[in-house]
Each structure stands twice: as C-alpha cells, then as structure tokens.
Design a protein around this ligand. Structure first.
Ligand SMILES: NC(=O)c1ccc[n+]([C@@H]2O[C@H](COP(=O)([O-])OP(=O)(O)OC[C@H]3O[C@@H](n4cnc5c(N)ncnc54)[C@H](OP(=O)(O)O)[C@@H]3O)[C@@H](O)[C@H]2O)c1
Length: 199
C-alpha cells in the first residue's frame, strides 16, 4: 500500500511513519524540509505539485497543521484567518485536490485534536479549526467519488509533547503518540469513513 504522509517529520508524523513502515506500507514523506517531497500544505499550488510528484497513492495521511495559540483578548482577525488556513483550509485542500490523484479506494486521514470537545485557554482558534475539519470530513465522506474515504484522528496531548505545552493541558491525561498512530492505521487499513477517532 502506498501512503503519502504529510507532516512526516514531526512528533506525530514520525510515529505514523514508523508504524506504517512496520506494517509494510510504502511511505512517501512530505514536509517543508527534510522529506521525500517538499510541500507547504497552506499553498494549493504546492499541494498540486506534491500530488503530481507523488503519483497515484492508496492513502494520504496528514500529520501537519498549525494554529496560533493566543489569549482570546489578543486575537486579531489575521490570527483567525491564519489558523483556519494553517489547519483547516490546508487539510480541506489535501482532500479536495487529492481525490483526483488517489486510487478509487483511496483514504484520507486528517488531524485535529482534543480542543474540539475540551477547550483550553489560548485555544479558541485551535477549537475553531479542529471543529471545521471534523465537520468537513463528515460531509466529504458522503460526497467523495468511487469508494474513497476520509476520517479524522483527534488525539489529546501526547506524552512526548506535554513538556512543550507546559500547564496548558493541566489535568489532561496524555497519551503516547503511538496510540494516535494506531488510529491512522485504523483509518487507512479499515473500511470506515466520516469517522472521528478520539484518542
Ligand atoms: N503534539 C501534540 O500533543 C498533539 C496532540 C493532538 C493533536 N496534535 C496535532 O497534530 C499535528 C502535528 O503535531 P506535532 O506535535 O507532531 O507537530 P510538529 O512536531 O511540529 O510536526 C509538524 C510536522 O508538520 C510539518 N509541517 C508544518 N507546517 C507545514 C506546512 N505548512 N506544510 C507542510 N508540512 C508542514 C513539519 O515539518 P516542516 O516544519 O519541515 O514543514 C513537521 O513534519 C498538529 O496539527 C497538532 O495540532 C498534536
């Protein structure tokens, strides 16, 4: 199975890469640097170039996405748009364009996070963008052509990242990033569509 993995070099991407490789996938990595294919998922032309270079694939797995973390009172309109571009429009574009490049059974696996359902301070744009992605996936699942599928992995904070986030996730139980990677396997190798996998 050929899997194109965007955001392959990050904490989550590395774990997804390792697990897919263990399971015999041919993994083509993509990121802005240090990957098989250079891509900026916020740039639709860069996404098109990535798909042209990667060729037909069985699965697109995305592990990239950026939002600004700022107190609500300090948020600008530009911050809101940047967060939507960095995490929501980017992932919508991966599916919108990718549908033409994937096989008839291709799957798309997107990333959100716990803030959709469990808000934290400074996370209002994260909640906004994550909610948008989850709603999009449910809707796209009933319109994708052929037998193509789309699911979302929505993890809580990773054990491996808890220090980086400081007290933002106080009282949350972290999960090992490998559990999030397992949800990617469920999405890619399973048959479900329109699902949000809570990890
Ligand atoms: N860490 C957590 O605890 C956690 C928990 C739940 C959900 N999440 C979500 O999981 C996703 C990944 O988190 P992470 O902690 O693994 O992040 P990370 O370690 O910073 O990795 C991000 C990855 O995405 C790539 N990337 C970033 N911006 C990109 C762009 N515009 N175009 C293409 N590639 C890009 C990075 O490589 P380059 O910089 O080379 O492009 C890197 O490979 C995020 O959306 C995050 O919100 C994380």
């Amino acid at each position: 199975m050929k899997t194109l993995l965007t955001g392959a070099t990050g904490t989550l991407g590395r774990a997804v890469h390792a697990l897919l490789a263990e399971r015999g996938h041919e993994v083509v990595t993509a990121a802005r640097k240090n990957a098989d294919i250079t891509v900026d998922i916020t740039d639709p032309e860069s996404i098109r170039a990535m798909y042209e270079k990667a060729g037909r694939f069985d699965a697109l797995a995305n592990a990239a996405g950026w939002v600004p973390w700022k107190p609500f009172a300090e948020l600008s309109h530009a911050d809101v748009l940047a967060g939507l571009a960095g995490k929501a429009a980017s992932q919508v574009e991966l599916v919108r364009q990718g549908s033409a490049y994937g096989t008839d059974e291709a799957s798309f696996t997107l990333i959100t996070g716990v803030t959709t359902r469990d808000p934290i301070l400074t996370g209002s744009v994260a909640s906004l963008a994550n909610g948008a992605v989850e709603a999009f996936a449910r809707a796209a699942a009933i319109e994708l052509p052929h037998r193509q599928r789309v699911n979302v992995v929505s993890p809580t904070v990773f054990t491996e990242s808890i220090e980086a986030y400081g007290d933002l996730f106080a009282g949350f139980e972290p999960v090992p990033v490998r559990l999030a990677a397992l949800a990617y396997v469920r999405s890619i190798e399973g048959h479900q569509t329109g699902q949000v996998y809570l990890v």
